[in-house]
Design a protein. Structure first.
Length: 226
């Protein structure tokens, strides 16, 4: 089993055999999630569901057989098990690590040792803003407005920072004026933020990176679907 989150408590793998051999760790052992897509494609939806559930139950049986202590707490249900929560020593953790390669052990707690907070990394966010076009000399108090829905891409620690940065840029954009072909001053008045999107990317792939996505229902013609 692969051990996850050990170093987040400042503990090195090599220290488990001696320094932490009798030290207790609260752990979570997850069952194997069967994802052989090529094999699953051959099955019906019902057969697929039954197979995946059976694989999870088989994985749970192996985990319980290998788990060195009597007490544990089941994650999920007996029909659809997700794993177990328990407590083991550093020595027992090493023994688990050498078995059941399909599963993994996550360290949830290491006694009174505080978990090291991971440094947040800036990632890309897309923010969509609504603007109303305002042309000098026109009264827009009772008419349909010409609008722009504008999307910008920026880097931020979290969504809150991304929205704050975007609003500053949107307001600045709305303050700009230019002379149109009819010699009238024109500007884009910022109305509101319409949407935002977390890309999950810290770098852009120049071959293609998804920067915005909207899922919705739409009636399509048969010819539209390949």
């Amino acid at each position: 089993m692969e051990i996850i989150e050990l170093e987040s408590f400042g503990i090195k793998y090599a220290e488990l055999s001696e320094k932490y051999s009798k030290f207790y760790f609260d752990i979570r052992i997850s069952t194997e999630y069967y994802q052989d897509i090529d094999e699953l494609k051959k099955l019906s939806h019902k057969e697929r569901r039954l197979l995946i559930r059976q694989k999870s139950r088989d994985s749970l049986k192996r985990i319980i057989r290998l788990y060195p202590n009597n007490y544990y707490e089941l994650i999920g249900t007996r029909i659809i098990p997700r794993g177990i929560i328990g407590s083991v020593t550093g020595k027992q953790l090493l023994e688990l690590e050498k078995s059941e390669p399909e599963s993994y052990v996550t360290i949830c707690k290491a006694g009174n040792i505080k978990q090291i907070k991971k440094e947040k990394v800036k990632q890309y966010y897309s923010v969509q803003g609504l603007f109303a076009v305002k042309v000098e000399g026109f009264d827009y108090s009772n008419s349909i407005r010409f609008i722009e829905e504008r999307i910008i891409l920026l880097k931020a620690i979290d969504l809150k920072e991304a929205l704050k940065k975007a609003e500053i840029e949107f307001i600045r954009y709305g303050e700009l004026e230019y002379l149109n072909s009819d010699f009238r001053l024109t500007k884009w008045e910022f109305i509101e933020v319409l949407d935002s999107y977390e890309t999950g990317e810290t770098e852009l792939d120049l071959e293609g990176t998804e920067v915005f996505s909207i899922c919705k229902n739409r009636k399509l013609k048969i010819n539209d679907i390949k």
